[in-house]
Design a protein around this ligand. Structure first.
Ligand code: HEC
Length: 198
């Protein structure tokens, strides 16, 4: 609740992503993917405080976190969902396998976004409060912001279709902008492919 209020509409469902989770007696590959998801969730939680300006912005920590998510996204993610691994206690919907193209597109999208977050880490926050503002980059600041906003505006409709992000464009955005897109990417996949248990 508190999380959603502070972050605003940009990260709908974030509270549910970082909420406490239980593995529900899962074993094998199901347990493995739940743990992988939990690892990503821990990263999102840790970076959230920074993105909210609660803790000091640390570009290295953002890069590390982005790399952790990247390692669990894309084919690393889809590889944990072999055919026939649905059903109790898994919360994966049958759509994962009947709509595999979209599922893997979302996993790939998360990979691109996390790559982008790593590249954008030095840009700091949109507000400019925590960033390591570098003189040389200041001149381009306004233009970058403008394009970041345009991208943010276009984000929602792109989500769920495995949008066509490109890491170079993301690299020019403020880190919290890319972070919000990551949170939306998690939510987009959960909305479509994960059973709502709570
Ligand atoms: C491509 C789809 C997809 C993406 C992207 C995705 N998830 Fe998931 N996530 C799932 C599915 C499906 C499950 C249910 C897995 C199961 O129960 O077998 C799940 C489960 C979870 C769980 C619950 C794990 C448990 O112990 O039951 C958490 C927490 C989670 N995801 C966090 C995240 C975070 C954080 C991100 C983004 C950084 C993310 N997920 C991105 C599909 C996705």
């Amino acid at each position: 609740m508190k999380i959603q209020k502070i972050i605003g509409a940009g990260a709908i469902g974030l509270a549910s992503i970082v909420a406490a989770y239980a593995h529900g007696g899962a074993t094998g590959i199901v347990k493995e993917r739940m743990e992988a998801m939990g690892t990503m969730s821990d990263v999102v939680k840790a970076l959230l405080a920074m993105m909210r300006g609660e803790t000091a912005y640390n570009a290295d920590a953002v890069r590390d976190g982005a790399e952790t998510i990247r390692r669990h996204a894309g084919e690393a993610l889809t590889g944990l969902f072999p055919e026939g691994s649905g059903g109790e206690p898994s919360e994966a919907k049958a759509e994962v396998w009947s709509n595999w193209d979209e599922f893997s597109a979302l996993a790939a999208q998360l990979e691109t976004l996390s790559e982008g977050l790593g590249l954008a880490a030095d840009n700091g926050l949109m507000s400019g409060s925590g960033g390591q503002a570098q003189g040389g980059m200041m001149g381009g600041g306004t233009g970058m912001m403008g394009s970041a906003n345009t991208m943010m505006g276009g984000t929602a409709p792109m989500m769920g279709r495995g949008g066509s992000f490109d890491a170079a464009a993301l690299a020019a955005m403020p880190a919290d902008g890319v972070f919000n897109m990551i949170a939306q990417s998690c939510s987009a996949c959960h909305t479509k492919f994960r059973l709502e248990k709570n």
